[in-house]
Design a protein around this ligand. Structure first.
Ligand code: SAM
Length: 337
């Protein structure tokens, strides 16, 4: 992708699209919910099949123009609402009976390459990292949050062992003058991690991930949407999640484990135990991943993991066990500035 190209010309390649389509089989028609519309890669692919309808959501204002153009093309089969996917049930009729609910987590190329948003290390613009409908920006977190809390955010949400060291360095720098850009922040982290020797990754990768997750409350959003989607699906409905980093995948894996036929089965040779919270049938505990050709064509797909389950006829009986496991994430993301 050419970095000098205007933003609207940049295209997001829908990750693992072939696998998603083969799981949801839109050729047989049905109503689908695309919770992460982006540039509409999944929605467009589904709408190519005449008997389909798509209801899409996204929190990002920038994607509205893509959604408007799609609703002009398919006025009776496509609708869009700009909202966070944790509000799924506020936006969808409980009797909609979707055939599948799809989540393709993380950032779109549009967001990543938008230098105004400060998601990339080289951005000289404002330190925002907001996907849309946020309560705080990366600027607020980096410049205003208590040093100990910042260290914990970086350590837990970034899985960064040097959280304390980085937070200390940020504190020293912000006392002199506010840290205004992502480029400045990346430089400060590089200095704090002076002994870093992984040449493949920028030393600021994990800290940027942590701050972005915090600003957008990404893990809380994910936990809530998994619960909301399970309520909305009826028997046979499919929940698909494509995730891109280990914390997201941990949550998705754990959710499907707690609520599936494979719960607690340490070996596939043992008889399957009945799970009273069996909301989903899974075919495997292992995620699907992109094939080599896709990774070659789109390097951003390399860390993708796709998990899915098919809704059983069990009534929604939510077990707090799942939420409890991730209460630390929920607590951190609740921190007010
Ligand atoms: C990886 S992109 C999706 C790309 C899309 N599948 C496509 O083919 O163009 C993720 C999108 O999800 C949106 N998103 C992330 N978290 C969200 C949330 N909690 N609620 C609503 N949208 C969200 C982002 O704004 C972004 O546009």
């Amino acid at each position: 992708m050419n970095a000098t190209m205007p933003l609207e010309k940049k295209v997001h390649y829908p990750v693992m699209l072939d696998q998603v389509l083969s799981i949801i089989s839109p050729q047989h028609g049905g109503t689908f919910i695309d919770c992460t519309f982006g540039q509409g890669g999944y929605s467009k692919a589904i709408l190519k099949y005449p008997k389909t309808k798509v209801f899409a959501l996204d929190r990002d204002k920038l994607v509205e123009k893509y959604a408007i153009s799609l609703s002009k093309k398919f006025p009776k089969r496509f609708s869009f609402v700009r909202d966070k996917f944790s509000n799924l049930n506020k936006n969808i009729n409980p009797n909609l009976n979707p055939k599948a609910i799809i989540l393709d987590l993380g950032l779109s190329s549009l967001q990543l390459l938008d230098t105004e948003r400060g998601f990339s290390f080289n951005s000289k613009n404002s330190l925002s990292m907001e996907m849309g409908i946020n309560k705080c920006s990366a600027y607020d977190v980096v410049n205003n949050i208590d040093k100990k809390i910042l260290a914990n955010i970086i350590k837990v949400l970034g899985e960064e062992k040097d959280g304390k060291k980085i937070a200390n360095k940020i504190e020293i720098c912000r006392k002199k003058k506010p840290i205004k850009t992502s480029k400045e922040l990346a430089q400060i982290i590089k200095i704090a991690k002076k002994n870093y020797i992984n040449f493949k990754k920028n030393p600021a990768t994990k800290t940027f991930q942590a701050i972005r997750i915090f600003v957008n409350r990404e893990l809380t959003e994910l936990i809530l949407v998994l619960i909301e989607a399970s309520k909305l699906l009826s028997e046979g409905g499919i929940l698909i999640v494509v995730s891109f980093h280990s914390l997201e995948d941990k949550i998705v894996k754990s959710f499907f484990n707690f609520h599936s036929n494979l719960k607690g089965n340490s070996s596939r040779y043992l008889p399957v135990k009945e799970n009273i919270n069996e909301l989903f049938k899974l075919t495997s505990k292992k995620p699907l991943t992109p094939n080599e050709k896709e990774i070659e064509n789109n390097i951003n797909s390399r860390s993708a993991k796709l998990r899915y389950g098919v809704r059983t006829n069990k009534s929604f009986l939510y077990s707090k066990e799942f939420e409890k496991k991730f209460k630390n994430f929920l607590k951190i993301e609740e921190t007010r500035l």
